[in-house]
Design a protein around this ligand. Structure first.
Ligand SMILES: C[S@@+](CC[C@H](N)C(=O)[O-])C[C@H]1O[C@@H](n2cnc3c(N)ncnc32)[C@H](O)[C@@H]1O
Length: 263
């Protein structure tokens, strides 16, 4: 097998050696599952539940196992991930999705709840630098030393759902707005955030709910109701938002059913 000038492997006859038909890749009854096949006909399942029913058992098993390995060794993986030296509590596969969304949506303002060390704000600001547009407004309960200083980042202190913070966030929101919820991961708090911040998301843009993977989806099975349960409740009464499954294309994400696009 040779590597061509373009860097692609070619078989000995110059053809691409990698199979491209899905049945060869996944196996006849493997990763691919016909959408809707498992759902009862006429089902009124929400977007969240429908997703689980349309994944094959093999896909779910492989994804969940890798996810549990990745998430279950935090000191090796997500708690030891940095962006330009700042700790960032995200999976790189999700960060790539963020980059794709920012390049496509070009938000003028990104509102983030849950700053922590400032790694995600710094990452978003760096992508905004590359795009030459956009800025980040991020809130946390208290300041932390050594957060990155960046002309595109504004830090706010307080609870994300306090009236002071909400009015400040509303003032900051202008032009195309994207929202990322990554603070207190209890169902009640996330639901309050969803109700308060969703009106700020502009049509076509995204409301991203972080860490919907906890409480057994598939991480932290004993967490208790969290972001996923808040999303399920929220979507039931907000048809203007839909789950964008394309953002889950890398199989593993910390945010299953958490990338919500506004119509
Ligand atoms: C998961 S961390 C954020 C991680 C960060 N976005 C990153 O990717 O690196 C959650 C943060 O939310 C903050 N937090 C918890 N409750 C909050 C609230 N009610 N309002 C604002 N921030 C809160 C915590 O102090 C913590 O720093």
């Amino acid at each position: 097998m040779a590597v061509t000038a373009q860097g692609r492997d070619k078989g000995q006859h110059g053809s691409d050696p990698y199979p491209h038909d899905e049945e060869t890749i996944y196996g006849k009854h493997g990763l691919k599952w016909k959408a809707g096949r498992l759902g009862p006909s006429g089902s009124t399942m929400t977007g969240v539940k429908h997703w689980a029913a349309t994944r094959s058992p093999v896909e779910k098993a492989v994804t969940n196992l890798f996810h549990r390995m990745y998430y279950g060794l935090p000191q090796r993986t997500w708690k030891r991930t940095t962006w330009l030296g700042t700790p960032i509590l995200k999976c790189p596969l999700d960060l790539w999705i963020y980059q794709e969304l920012l390049a496509r949506i070009r938000p003028e303002v990104i509102l983030e709840t849950g700053t922590n060390e400032g790694g995600s704000a710094h990452y978003l600001a760096s992508i905004c630098d590359l795009l030459d547009s956009g800025r980040v407004v991020t809130v946390d309960l208290a300041p932390k030393p050594n957060r990155p200083q960046h002309p595109r980042i504004t830090y706010i202190e307080g609870s994300s759902t306090s009236s002071e913070v909400l009015s400040r966030m509303s003032e900051e929101a202008s032009g195309t707005v994207m929202v990322i919820l990554d603070s207190d991961h209890s169902r009640g708090h996330v639901l309050d955030e969803l109700k308060a911040y969703s009106p700020l998301v502009t049509p076509g843009s995204y409301l991203i709910v972080e860490d919907t993977n906890i409480n057994g989806h598939p991480a932290h099975p004993r967490w208790g109701p969290g972001p996923m349960e808040a999303v399920e409740e929220f979507l039931g009464s907000h048809p203007e938002f839909r789950v964008d499954r394309d953002c889950e294309k890398f199989f593993m994400t910390f945010n299953p059913s958490g990338y919500l696009q506004r119509a």
